[in-house]
Design a protein around this ligand. Structure first.
Ligand SMILES: Nc1ncnc2c1ncn2[C@@H]1O[C@H](COP(=O)(O)OP(=O)(O)OP(=O)(O)O)[C@@H](O)[C@H]1O
Ligand SMILES: N[C@@H](CCC(=O)O)C(=O)O
Ligand SMILES: [Mg+2]
Ligand SMILES: [Mg+2]
Length: 443
């Protein structure tokens, strides 16, 4: 990551012929927001004087206290490669502040920073690498998105079977232009499903990167006449899209999950971290899997986890320990999906892992056989619990989890629960196509 001073920014804006500056932030539901100014306002931007109406942002504040300020994080300055190259468009990712100069407690970036600081006080840096999957569906001539495709590609397929290769190529090149290090990109298991992996970084940078990644994927897909969606399960009967989160802690530049003398080459702290994730998983699910639709993905048969278990060899459990050790020793949490607000998702994951370390929690034994073939009795014997099976169960577990509520803070907890319970209630009163197909002709 580049480190910029105000003078650097003023110089780059001049040298690069930047004309517009987007001030970006994220609402509590993970939606990217922005306001554009021209460079005539650069001084105001750099003096943290740009304001917006917080009451118009879902989940932020009431109308009586609506003035909010955007403080640009100078290190997030990036030029959009897909916009005109004369009179360029650049962006800052911003922190949200109240008029009295205090950080706004409902800003997801602030919520993540608080947990990162807690880790820092313990001497830790939290490193995270996500694997974002998405679909590239047809868009109608009108631009209306669909969930249809004529593509028949599968895992690692090549063109012309892989109809997304040109779009993916441009996504990768655009991301590289913006400073991402792309480790791999490929067709995924379902027709029209894709994955682009970028290199891990500290948690704040990774959460920012996930927001930028989604913007780039959507923008470039549109240019190719396709509709990119991060919806967790856009189609019944094929794999959904996950956002596996690979995590490690480092201290003084050394990965502390790695221990050549430990069981499976992992340190005690790695096991405590796993235990913390498992302890809080049910309560965290409403954050890592935030939609009604998220729970349609977490079902047997589609490479998505259903049970709260861990393994070093098997991909079916919630937590997998990839084979790499040394600097790449990491824990992979497989339930999060790309609809999650990345700031909040990483905040709860880190807090849960740290809770495991602070309280020296021990995980249950690893489950190295296929859980999907176990009987209910075998699962009960091994103490294997299910992930929440729908958004309502996840919200109930969230309400019972003090740690998750403390991490999100009172403000965001109450706004989040209110909105998500309303989402659930709306969903339950719909009459779905499935019901019509099942009942209409015979009842
Ligand atoms: N020490 C580390 N801490 C956190 N993340 C890491 C670390 N080392 C590597 N990573 C990241 O983990 C991610 C690994 O992605 P990759 O697709 O290789 O994982 P995978 O789980 O083996 O793949 P799949 O689930 O598709 O089979 C990348 O983002 C990588 O940068
Ligand atoms: N698409 C699968 C993951 C496939 C993979 O292992 O990469 C999921 O829903 O999590
Ligand atoms: Mg994948
Ligand atoms: Mg993975």
């Amino acid at each position: 990551m580049n480190h910029y001073t105000k003078q650097d920014i003023i110089r780059i804006v001049e040298e690069e012929d930047v004309e517009f500056i987007r001030l970006q932030f994220t609402d509590i539901f993970g939606n990217l927001k922005n306001v554009a100014v021209t460079t005539s306002q650069l001084d105001k931007v750099l003096a943290n004087k740009c304001m917006f109406d917080g009451s118009s942002i879902e989940g932020f504040v009431r109308i009586e206290e609506s003035d909010m300020y955007l403080y640009p994080d100078l290190d997030t300055f990036k030029i959009f490669p897909w916009r005109p190259q004369q009179g360029k468009v650049a962006r800052f990712i911003c922190d949200v502040y109240r008029p009295d100069g205090t950080p706004f407690e409902g800003d997801p970036r602030y919520i993540l920073k608080k947990v990162i600081n807690e880790a820092k006080e313990m001497g830790y840096t939290f490193n995270v690498g996500p694997e974002c999957e998405f679909f590239l569906f047809n868009a109608e001539d009108s631009g209306e998105p669909t969930n249809t495709t004529l593509e028949r590609g599968g895992y690692f397929d090549v063109g012309p079977l892989d109809a997304g290769e040109n779009a993916r190529r441009e996504m990768v090149l655009t991301l590289e232009d913006m400073g991402f290090i792309i480790e791999a990109s490929h067709h995924e298991v379902a027709p029209a499903q894709h994955e682009i992996d970028f290199q891990y970084d500290n948690a704040l940078t990774t959460a920012d990167n996930i927001m930028t990644f989604k913007l780039v994927v959507r923008t470039i897909a549109k240019r190719h006449g396709l509709h990119a969606t991060f919806m967790p399960k856009p189609k019944f009967g094929v794999n959904g899209s996950g956002m596996h989160i690979n995590m490690s802690l480092s201290k003084d530049g050394k990965n502390i999950f790695d221990d050549p003398n430990g069981k499976l080459g992992l340190s005690e702290d790695a096991y405590h971290f796993i235990a913390g994730l498992m302890k809080h998983m049910e309560g965290m699910a409403a954050v890592t899997n935030p939609l009604v639709n998220s729970y349609k993905r977490l079902v047997p048969g589609y490479e998505a986890p259903v049970y709260i278990a861990w393994s070093a060899t098997n991909r079916s459990p919630l937590i997998r320990i990839p084979a790499a050790r040394g600097a790449s020793a990491r824990v992979e949490l497989r339930c999060p999906d790309p609809a999650a607000n990345p700031y909040l998702a990483l905040a709860v994951c880190l807090a849960a892992g740290l809770d495991g370390i602070k309280n020296k929690l021990t995980p249950p034994d690893s489950v190295d056989m296929n859980i999907f073939t176990m009987t209910e009795e075998e699962k009960a014997d091994k103490g294997i619990k299910n992930l929440p099976s729908n958004l309502k169960e996840a919200l109930v577990a969230f309400e019972k989890n003090e740690l998750v509520k403390i991490v999100l803070g009172e403000h965001t907890t109450s706004k989040y629960l209110e909105a998500k319970n309303a989402e659930w209630n709306q969903y339950t009163i719909q009459v779905s196509q499935w019901e019509l197909d099942q009942y209409l002709h015979r009842i």
